[in-house]
Write a protein that binds this ligand. Structure first.
Ligand SMILES: Cc1cc2nc3c(=O)[nH]c(=O)nc-3n(C[C@H](O)[C@H](O)[C@H](O)COP(=O)(O)OP(=O)(O)OC[C@H]3O[C@@H](n4cnc5c(N)ncnc54)[C@H](O)[C@@H]3O)c2cc1C
Length: 477
């Protein structure tokens, strides 16, 4: 086969592709108590009650909640928690990959408690209801001359869900969403409303800013914001070795930088974001290149190609992108999010920043040496140190590396080959993504692990907010 003759009809494919990410939490009108929902996939529970299965975004986590609750106000939330005799798990947008949410008991959503509640123009702090999805925050803040300090690479997550797992973007000096929180309101297992901040209930605050949903139901969060700003994003491919040599210069020379590395490929993708002045265009200015479409095209034919052909095919496809620079420019909240319309499962580890390049080199070499059957790109970002007890960024500047597998392929063999590399580089798993660690391994990696367990025990001695996954992770039998 003459590989240079391979042509990808990428634009046609883009038109065919369904855009937008479905949220697997709740959407549309919701009544306070949602149960007995009829569905082709509904199952029959105790007493002949029909139950609707729950699944996360990727489909890797499922459960059959016996009751679904959706409070419309804080008073209603308090009342529901007081009356619950069974365990309660909260769900946001269902975008976590691991077992944080699944429960066969009560599943609670705060999707009816959303929106910006109040703005303090002097301190630039804003109170936001916990069920608000990130894409609902940008515009009301912009109208007040404000913006979130940084955002992740999608904006579908609920605010409380993002906080619960230290959801982050990239940037040497741009912390996770949890680090932007200045106070929280929680409803405890006994139905009390508790507020915490650095000054008031400081231990609870350090635990609740990344809580895995295990301390109570967050009803509202106060975020530190900043003056509104616009961003210019540039994405371009470079040969792998040239790119690896530039990592630190790009990381330090831009407001933020991230990279995508390609299994079996000799090229990488750089993405920088920088603040720009002037009038923000009302609509996002975006000149897409064909990089994502090339990948989408490859994902469709990969089952028919032997692994030894991945490298030449990948390199032809990537080489074809070398002279293209993709640009996005607009309001910050419009520029951050990307479209993720191919579902996948993901494992992400945070390693000390200084090991980042060595770690990604070892992962790429392992994939080549073991001829691992994978084409999904790896995401590589930087996040600064913080002081949040269960944050993967606790006490150290960090490089995060994510590996992915298509949602309909078994991710376990691939992740099992890569996870030991992360662990060798002192990795800490992303709280919302896949890993195989249990309590002793967490305790060894998180200096404040036992402090978190103490606060959890004080807040929820009866285990109202636990599920099987959390019991394993916390070492509770
Ligand atoms: C396509 C995709 C892209 C992603 N991109 C990024 C990224 O760029 N950066 C990153 O760091 N992560 C990323 N993630 C991971 C994601 O941000 C986290 O898993 C996040 O927690 C998901 O938010 P959610 O609203 O879906 O919460 P869920 O997954 O529904 O829940 C997460 C946790 O929050 C708890 N929770 C939810 N609501 C409440 C509440 N009101 N009170 C208390 N606890 C609550 C739940 O019990 C659970 O423990 C991505 C995931 C996907 C699927």
């Amino acid at each position: 086969m003459d590989l240079d003759k391979v042509r990808f009809d990428r634009r046609a494919l883009l038109k065919m592709a369904g855009m937008g990410i479905a949220t697997t939490g709740f959407s549309g009108p919701i009544s306070a108590v949602v149960e007995d929902v009829g569905s082709a996939t509904a199952k029959v529970g105790k007493g002949g009650k029909r139950l609707l299965p729950w699944s996360n975004w990727s489909g890797s986590q499922t459960s059959l909640p016996s009751l679904r609750l959706a409070p419309g106000s804080e008073d209603e939330l308090v009342d529901m928690i007081k009356r619950s005799t069974r365990p309660v798990r909260c769900v946001g947008a269902g975008h976590s990959f691991n077992g944080l949410v699944p429960t066969d008991d009560t599943l609670m959503t705060l999707a009816r408690m959303r929106g910006v509640a109040s703005v303090n123009a002097d301190t630039q702090e804003v109170d936001i209801w916990a069920g608000t999805q990130l894409f609902e925050i940008g515009e009301p803040l912009w109208d007040q001359g404000l913006a979130m300090i940084n955002m992740p690479d999608i904006d579908v997550q609920s605010l409380a869900g993002a906080i619960a797992t230290s959801t982050h973007g990239t940037g040497n000096h741009l912390g996770s969403i949890s680090s932007q929180v200045t106070s929280l309101r929680l409803v405890t297992a006994t139905g009390e409303i508790v507020e915490c901040s650095a000054q008031h209930n400081p231990d609870l605050f350090q635990a609740a800013r990344t809580s895995l949903g295990a301390l109570g139901v967050v009803s509202q969060a106060r975020l530190q914001t900043r003056s509104a700003y616009q961003l210019r994003e540039r994405s371009w491919f470079v040969p792998l070795e040239e790119g690896l040599d530039q990592v630190e210069a790009l990381r330090d020379g831009h407001r933020s930088w991230e990279a995508y590395f390609f299994p079996h490929g000799d090229y990488m993708l750089n993405i920088t974001q920088d603040e720009v002045g002037g009038e923000a265009p009302a609509v996002l200015a975006h000149e897409p290149t064909d990089g994502y479409e090339t990948f989408r095209q490859m994902s469709k034919v990969i089952d028919y190609i032997p692994v030894f052909m991945y490298s030449p095919i990948m390199n032809v496809a990537l080489r074809g992108q070398l002279d293209e620079v993709e640009m996005k420019e607009g309001r910050s909240y419009q520029v951050y999010p990307s479209v993720r319309d191919m579902r996948f499962n993901e494992m992400e580890y945070s390693i000390p920043a200084q090991y980042g390049v060595d770690c990604i080199r070892e992962i790429l070499a392992t994939i080549n040496e073991l001829s691992i059957d994978i084409i999904f790109p790896m995401e590589y970002r930087y996040v600064p140190a913080d002081d949040i007890w269960l944050s993967p960024f606790y006490g150290r500047d960090t490089c995060t590396i994510s590996v992915h597998q298509f949602h309909d392929r078994d991710y376990k063999p691939y992740f099992a080959q890569i996870e030991p590399i992360f662990l060798k580089y002192e990795g800490r798993p992303h709280p919302g993504k896949l890993h195989t660690l249990s309590a002793p391994e967490f305790a060894a990696r998180y200096p404040r692990w036992n402090d978190f367990l103490r606060v959890r025990q004080e807040m929820d001695p009866e285990g109202k907010f636990l599920n099987n996954y959390l019991k394993r992770v916390f070492g509770i039998v």
